[in-house]
Design a protein around this ligand. Structure first.
Ligand code: IVH
Length: 368
């Protein structure tokens, strides 16, 4: 038995999916933009009442794309790893100590590469004799989905490496993303109401119709390797070489020695975070020496030689346009501030629930 509310939600989701399909896949819309916008705003209103709605069932997450099972699966030649997270300087100290112990080193100041951790989508690019043969999503790290034709539309990713004698086989890992500015423009010019740049990048990439991908401002930055025969001695040198072959690498890539240097860089980038054109949620430190990397190896899905040093969640300042009073089903009164939209950590924030009078009273009493 489904409730009236659930039926209403299901109906509206079905309706949006139906019109999305007509608009994006069949190029044959039946309703005007204004009618469609009304439908979306109706859905957004009730969306708050469905906290368990999965991304896969959310029509705003799937705009313009048919379901993922239409992509061919790809078994990555080498596993795509993920990273352990460090939240504090102490976590970083422990990470370094473990490495030094594992390698039985006397010198504790070993070099680490530093790069921002981009909040995008991880992809694997398989080059054979310098030609891009397969591009695949990360998936579960072992198996992803083939998106080669979509990746061919990203200008920043060369189909042929600019090198005379390329490695026979090379797997380049990196992040596909959309800049904060491009995300705002994209949301403005299209009917797509993506929640954040990462969603916009995901929705743009996994398209059966590559024309849609081609029209989206997708960018790429490499951050590692799978198979890499004839690799260089340090990660930094490998990345610099990639750059000469036409692969974009992080402009913030550098090498630091020891914990103090890492923390100094962390604080510096954290302060500059809002100036960086794309969303980042921390820094990634990697043991720079690739021989040490292979000696350190992996534990399950994560390497011993790398870690993500996460930033605290972002705060931002904006102005209140007006305050509406929302009456809940139980009669509860909640003031809601309508804000000048602002991008905080990749999420476009336009509303903020304020404390209601009861809550303010409670806080007042607590303070006494
Ligand atoms: S290195 C060696 N470097 O973060 C481990 N990852 O959980 C492989 N990411 O799936 C990742 N920026 O999609 C690495 N500079 C960076 C990164 C980065 C973003 C993503 C990547 C990975 C996830 C780690």
């Amino acid at each position: 038995m489904i409730s009236n509310q659930e039926k209403k939600i299901k109906d509206i989701i079905d309706k949006i999916n139906y019109h999305n399909d007509l608009y994006y896949n069949k190029d044959n819309p039946e309703i005007s933009d204004a009618e469609y916008d009304l439908l979306i705003s109706e859905f957004k209103k009730i969306q708050k009442n469905i906290p368990n709605l999965k991304d896969a069932d959310n029509p705003l997450m799937n705009i313009g794309g048919r379901s993922s099972d239409e992509f061919t699966k790809f078994n990555h030649p080498t596993r795509m790893l993920s990273l352990d997270n460090a939240m504090t300087n102490e976590d970083i100290e422990n990470f370094i100590k473990k490495i030094i112990r594992f390698l039985s080193l006397k010198d504790t100041n070993i070099p680490f590469s530093i790069e921002p951790k981009i909040d995008g989508l991880s992809v694997n690019l398989v080059y054979e004799d310098g030609q891009l043969k397969v591009a695949a999503t990360r998936g579960d790290g072992l198996n992803g989905e083939i998106i080669t034709n979509n990746v061919f539309t990203i200008k920043e990713i060369p189909q042929k490496l600019r090198v005379k004698f390329p490695p026979k086989k090379l797997e380049i890992r990196g992040e596909i993303f959309i800049t904060k500015k491009d995300f705002l423009d994209l949301n403005e010019r299209s009917k797509n109401q993506f929640a954040n740049p990462r969603n916009a990048a995901a929705g743009s990439l996994r398209q059966l119709d590559v024309k849609i991908t081609a029209s989206r401002p997708l960018k790429f930055i490499a951050h590692g390797f799978g198979i890499y025969e004839e690799g260089k001695k340090t990660y930094y040198d490998q990345m610099k070489e990639l750059k000469t072959w036409g692969i974009p690498i992080s402009p913030y890539l550098k090498v630091a020695n020891g914990i103090d240097d890492l923390i100094k860089n962390y604080n510096y980038i954290n302060d500059k975070r809002s100036e960086i054109p794309y969303d980042i949620d921390g820094l990634v430190y990697k043991v720079n020496d690739t021989l040490y990397q292979s000696r350190l190896g992996t534990v399950g899905k994560t390497p011993r030689w790398a870690i993500a040093h996460k930033f605290a969640s972002e705060t931002a300042r904006t102005s209140i346009k007006k305050i509406d009073i929302q009456i809940g089903r139980t009669g509860s009164v909640t003031p809601v501030a309508r804000l000048e939209s602002i991008n905080i950590g990749g999420v476009l924030v336009s509303n903020a629930t304020l404390h209601n009078f009861e809550e303010i009273e409670k806080k007042r009493h607590k303070r006494r």
